[in-house]
Every structure is written in structure tokens, then in C-alpha cells.
Ligand binder design. Sequence first.
Ligand code: ZN
Length: 88
Amino acid sequence: MSEKLVRARTALLDSEPGGSEVRPIEVVTAAVIEPRARGVRCPRCDEPFELVEHTAHAGESGRLRRARLKCRSCGTERSLWFRLSAPS
Ligand SMILES: [Zn+2]
């Protein structure tokens, strides 16, 4: 895969929900973090990422969770961001 395509795919992931701290995925329970994280594919290999860990993160916009993802094939790492919102 060309570097140009990898960069384009990476930029797409960055702009999607969860791709950055300012655009977290809203969830009501941390239990859905793992399945959501496993749905993200490496922009370089098109393989599902492995979830390394997810950690609590105090952000300006509330209780954030940062999932650290790593590609088993190429070692690319990404973060996927979530915000825990209380069920209404
Ligand atoms: Zn990869």
C-alpha cells in the first residue's frame, strides 16, 4: 500500500468519532469500549487493531477513556477516545 493512501486513511480515522480527544465516542458503559476498539482497522494493513489497554483520562469535556490500539502486523499505534455519559 502506498504511503499516500496510508496517510489518507489515517486522516480519515482521525476525523471520525473517537479519532481524537475533542471528538470522543459517547458511551454509557465502559463495557462497549473493547468491541468498538476491535472494529477499527489498521490504515496500513487493513487488519483489526489489538486493544492494548484503556485508561481513564480526565479531560476538559468530562470523563474520557482512552483506548490504546496496536496493529499486530505493523506495530502502528493509535488512540481511540470515548466519553462516559450517565444514562438518562
Ligand atoms: Zn498495521
